[in-house]
Design a protein around this ligand. Structure first.
Ligand SMILES: C[S@@+](CC[C@H](N)C(=O)[O-])C[C@H]1O[C@@H](n2cnc3c(N)ncnc32)[C@H](O)[C@@H]1O
Length: 225
């Protein structure tokens, strides 16, 4: 079945948030980085502006700028309404209130949209669906990132996660995944089983982060060879 844009809720974060979630040092930020499921985040745009080296992969990059922009406008009201109803589940520290949240997200997504066509032409936004094989040799990237995608959508299942993260670990020397909870901020059996699987052959580290937005989502998973 063809993938439909109306099944995605595009909601993008910015470089400062990526820095905090993934504990990216200045040295890390000078490395070759792959962003998996980067969607409409402006991490790639902001990193490119400071001469960084980032390639973003996502299913939504098969669509046009106009279509993605339309979808962002469609979901904006619904997402903000859901946030309003569930405010108590969030920590209003890095982002102070709902207005700041909406402004931060919309500003990140506007930056992404302004960069999308140029970035696509430059090969920085690549349409790719995990767990499909990527056209890169082993260890091509230094760091692979996944923000609010892997481990969070537990409905994608154990096999999907093992296959996706195995492919990411083939092309990246290390991967970092944030957060380590599902959509309801719970650490599920699936998450535990996926981590157990990689613990057998890789160095696995769980690090507490300063970034916490959904209550309890303050841990980063690092897997390296
Ligand atoms: C909630 S968004 C996160 C966007 C961004 N990482 C951030 O934190 O701002 C999740 C993204 O994962 C992408 N995605 C979902 N399934 C995917 C798959 N199988 N392969 C690649 N991307 C996928 C979606 O299209 C969406 O853009």
């Amino acid at each position: 079945m063809a993938f439909k844009l109306n099944s995605v809720v595009p909601w993008g974060r910015n470089m400062e948030e990526y820095k905090l979630m993934f504990q990216l040092s200045e040295n890390d930020m000078s490395k070759k980085i792959a962003g998996f499921g980067d969607g409409p985040a402006c991490f790639n745009y902001e990193m490119t502006k400071r001469n960084g080296n980032v390639i973003s992969f996502d299913l939504i990059y098969q669509f046009s700028k106009t279509d993605i922009e339309k979808r962002i406008e469609e979901v904006r009201v619904t997402v903000m309404q859901q946030m309003r109803e569930n405010m108590q589940n969030y920590v209003w520290k890095n982002i102070k209130n709902l207005d700041e949240l909406e402004n931060t997200r919309m500003s990140a997504m506007k930056k992404f949209l302004s960069d999308y066509e140029k970035g696509k032409a430059e090969g920085r936004y690549v349409f790719h669906e995990l767990p499909n094989k990527l056209p890169y040799e082993k260890d091509y990237f230094d760091i692979g990132l996944s923000s609010h995608f892997l481990l969070m959508y537990t409905a994608l299942g154990y096999d999907f996660h093992i296959a996706s993260m195995t492919e990411m670990l083939r092309v990246c020397k290390e991967i970092r995944i944030f957060p380590i909870v599902d959509l309801d901020a719970n650490k599920t059996d699936l998450i535990k089983n996926v981590i157990d699987h990689f613990q057998k052959d890789y160095i696995v580290e769980i690090v507490k982060t300063e970034y916490e937005f959904q209550k309890g989502d303050n841990k980063l998973l690092i897997i390296r060879k």
